[in-house]
Design a protein around this ligand. Structure first.
Ligand code: ADP
Length: 171
């Protein structure tokens, strides 16, 4: 049974077996969590991302999928990169957001990661409303069959933390 914990903070300061990155499909880094992970993780992460793009993801990592690299200088063994969907007011993309969590946990389980830290995927530049994103994230993690002991959501600010805490209480 996976335990779900919430903390407020910066994911790049966390110790866990795997840290999940809200990447973009190019895997080359960007803003938000992605920028912070690449900055603090050092050059080993983009080097491995470039190799993955050259070998498996010439067209980029598809939305909803996940792939692992080294965690470089971060206090973790792996970074699992996943590409969240951009929020749409006209199209229901919840399955893709849920898939980011499920696929990241599947990859984590395959690697043997026991503790996995997630940011609130798609809630930054990709504009997903926090409350809805929290519901989808908690449902997806709660129903994942992956043999991971702890899933820790690392929420950057108070309002994100409170949105996740409320959804967790409602479950
Ligand atoms: P996306 O493109 O998937 O929306 P972002 O990185 O823009 O990804 O934002 C995702 C969420 O991560 C947002 O809620 C943002 O506030 C938060 N965030 C940004 N930097 C960090 C960090 N260093 N640690 C944890 N969460 C972060």
């Amino acid at each position: 049974m996976t335990s779900i914990t919430l903390v407020q903070g910066d994911i790049t300061r966390q110790h866990a077996d795997a840290l999940v990155n809200a990447a973009n499909s190019s895997l080359l880094g960007g803003g938000g969590v992605d920028g912070a992970i690449h900055r603090r993780g050092g050059p080993a992460i983009p080097a491995e991302c470039r190799a993955l793009c050259a070998s498996r993801y010439g067209k980029g990592l598809p939305t909803g999928q996940a792939v692992a690299t080294t965690a470089g200088d971060l206090d973790a063994r792996w970074v699992i990169h996943t590409v969240g969907p951009v929020w749409s007011p006209t199209e229901d993309r919840s399955d893709l957001l849920a898939s980011c969590y499920r696929e990241s946990l599947r990859v984590a389980g395959e690697l043997g990661a026991r503790t996995v830290a997630f940011p609130a995927i798609s809630t930054g530049v990709y504009r997903w409303p926090m409350r809805d994103a929290a519901r989808i994230a908690l449902e997806a993690v709660g129903s994942s069959p992956a043999a991971v002991e702890e899933v820790r959501f690392v929420l950057f600010d108070t309002s994100a933390y409170e949105a996740f805490a409320r959804q967790l209480d409602d479950r």
